[in-house]
Structure formats: C-alpha cells, structure tokens
Write a protein that binds this ligand. Structure first.
Ligand code: AMP
Ligand code: ZN
Length: 136
C-alpha cells in the first residue's frame, strides 16, 4: 500500500470505483475515462509500479483473469474484438504509477490509436537479438 497512490486508495475503498471483479489478489473496475464503452482496468492489490516490479505470482495470474473478464464483458457490451494494453513509465503513457492492465473493447467505429508501423530498422541486428536472448 502506497498512501499517495490513487489505485491503492481505491483498493482500500477510500475512493469509490465501479468494481467488475474482486478477489484477494486483484480488483477490476471500469475506467473513469474510458477509451471505448466498457473499458476495464485490472489492478493487482500489491502496489508495484511497473511490470518489472510486479511479483511473478501476480504477473502469471493476471492474463488468465483478463481472459475471464473479457468473456463477461463481451456478453454485456456486445463486442468481439479487443486490445489488452499495459503502459510502463511516463514515456509509454503511464499516468497512474500502480501497475494495471487495460481491457479495451473495440467497435467498428472508435477512436483508439495505438502506433504507426515503421520500416524495419537495419541497426537492430541479429547480434542485438542474441544479446537480449542471452540475458533472458
Ligand atoms: P495509464 O495511463 O496506463 O496509467 O492508465 C491509467 C488509467 O486510469 C486511465 O485510463 C484513467 O482514466 C484511469 N483512472 C484514473 N483514475 C481513475 C479512477 N479513480 N477510477 C477509475 N479509473 C481511473
Ligand atoms: Zn498503489
């Protein structure tokens, strides 16, 4: 628990939220400024800032939970396609420094933009791939 963290306050019920799921490890709620209709955030109860800080236990459970919640959301909001997005750090667009997963329903007309693809970068060589490979 971080006393300055808005998501910790929500988990602690100091700030209200529209909860769609809760157990001892996670709380999932409607995003207050949704990208599209039905946008949900899954928040681990443990305060970790980014994926790098999150415990392996929560990291390994969260995608299974995302799958369950998406299936329920699809029934309620009548969509098939969706994005799972997770921002780490300011440059990446993280505005709340408590790890969370975005579940974003996609509709045939919506305003979600993710990235613009670029040409393959020849300076990112197989050697660099091998360097990463050797560190994993
Ligand atoms: P990110 O930019 O990836 O850190 O996402 C933070 C998300 O938290 C944004 O989509 C916000 O709309 C959402 N958010 C911020 N405050 C609240 C809140 N009190 N209740 C629900 N969602 C919130
Ligand atoms: Zn927190």
């Amino acid at each position: 628990m971080d006393s300055n963290c808005i998501f910790c306050k929500i988990i602690n019920k100091e700030i209200p939220s529209k909860v769609v799921y809760e157990d001892s490890d996670f709380l999932a709620m409607l995003d207050i400024a949704p990208a599209t209709k039905g946008h949900v955030l899954i928040v681990p109860k443990e305060h970790a800032e980014t994926l790098s800080d999150l415990s392996d236990d929560k990291a390994s459970k969260i995608l299974v939970l995302a799958k369950k919640i998406i299936v329920a959301m699809q029934k309620v909001h009548n969509f098939t396609d969706y994005n799972i997005i997770q921002n780490n750090g300011r440059i990446a667009g993280q505005s709340v420094n408590h790890f969370h997963l975005h579940l974003i329903p996609r509709y045939s007309v919506d305003e979600v933009g993710l990235w613009v693809p670029h040409e393959d970068d020849p300076s990112v060589t197989e050697e660099l791939a091998a360097k990463v490979r050797n560190l994993v």
